[in-house]
Design a protein around this ligand. Structure first.
Ligand code: ADP
Ligand code: MG
Length: 286
């Protein structure tokens, strides 16, 4: 009998070398075990060169492991004939929206992947309209993508992925080229898709506040997972975060300074609101 795989994407004992063989150079990834379930929102953090992009590309079957196995919905990414199916189930959003938009209008762009599947035009029209409505892009469908804001462009790229009816969306620093308004727009869109459509998300980010919004934070360093857990555990461990050359959320950094100065704040404060509430509820010791 068919039983549904418990994980949407899973890496099992994965090791990866860009040279395609074991070399004296250290592997880009090593000993990676990670499973992401339906509806889970995972933030992937780590210094430059720690292997974040490589891991996303393994989940998207752009790369295949040297040892170990990567599964998408129970299908190994080693199965050549399943690669297009895997890419549909596990769509990827990159840093620069300009590199992902290929057509002359927004609607053609959203339809691009569907056209390649040679679906009937009526179905393509329906899916484009559905995702446009879901992402609030109805008014932009006939616009040329280059006239859109950064946040709108990234939402069009997300719409193109969504039109393929994926189970998981992989995002590689999708907001790093956007202004704060664009960043909020994209983060709210993805959060909404995760909450309401049950889409699993793996979000690579350098913004601690984005990682704080995830269900789980996974920390990579030198190709290995060196920590994972709920954001309030991982992102408040400033000793570990700073050792990796990263920064904690602003509220966590501030809370640490205030504690040093003698303010007995509640532990594991993650958000500015919590910090303010904690400050307002205490009197300074000594
Ligand atoms: N195309 C490539 N060819 C050879 N080495 C690469 C390539 N891409 C990345 N690397 C190396 O693999 C390691 C992991 O890189 P990457 O996954 O891009 O890290 P991150 O996304 O965390 O910055 C780094 O040491 C990087 O130099
Ligand atoms: Mg990267």
């Amino acid at each position: 009998m068919f039983s549904a795989p418990s994980a949407i994407v899973e890496a099992k004992a994965v090791e990866f070398y860009y040279t395609g063989e074991e070399t004296s150079a250290s592997p880009a990834l090593s000993g990676i075990n990670l499973a992401v379930k339906q509806g889970e929102y995972v933030a992937l953090i780590g210094p430059n060169g720690s292997g974040k992009t490589t891991l996303l590309k393994l989940f998207n079957a752009l790369l295949t492991p040297y040892t170990g196995e990567v599964m998408v919905e129970g299908i190994s990414t080693d199965c050549e004939e399943e690669i297009s199916q895997i890419r549909r189930m596990c769509g990827m959003i990159f840093q620069n929206p300009d590199n992902q938009l290929v057509a002359t209008t927004v609607e053609e762009d959203i339809a691009f992947g569907l056209e390649n599947l040679a679906l009937p035009s009526k179905i393509i029209r329906q899916r484009v309209d559905d995702v446009a409505r879901l992402l609030g892009l109805e008014g932009l469908l006939r616009q040329p993508p280059h006239l859109l804001s950064g946040g709108e462009k990234q939402r069009v790229a997300i719409a193109g992925v969504l039109a393929m009816e994926p189970r998981c969306i992989l995002m590689d620093e999708p907001t790093s080229m956007l202004d704060p308004a664009g960043r909020r727009e994209v983060n709210a869109t993805v959060r909404d898709l995760n909450n309401n459509q049950g889409l699993a998300v793996i979000h690579v980010t350098h913004f601690p506040e984005e990682a704080a919004a995830a269900d789980r934070v996974v920390v990579l360093s030198e190709g290995r997972i060196v920590g994972q857990g709920p954001p309030e555990e991982i992102l408040t461990d400033l000793e570990m975060i700073h050792k990796l050359g990263l920064q904690g959320p602003a509220a966590v950094e501030l809370a640490a300074m205030l504690r040093e100065d003698g303010y007995p704040l509640a532990p594991q404060l993650l958000y500015s609101r919590e910090l303010v509430d904690s400050i307002c509820s205490l009197e300074r010791k000594s």
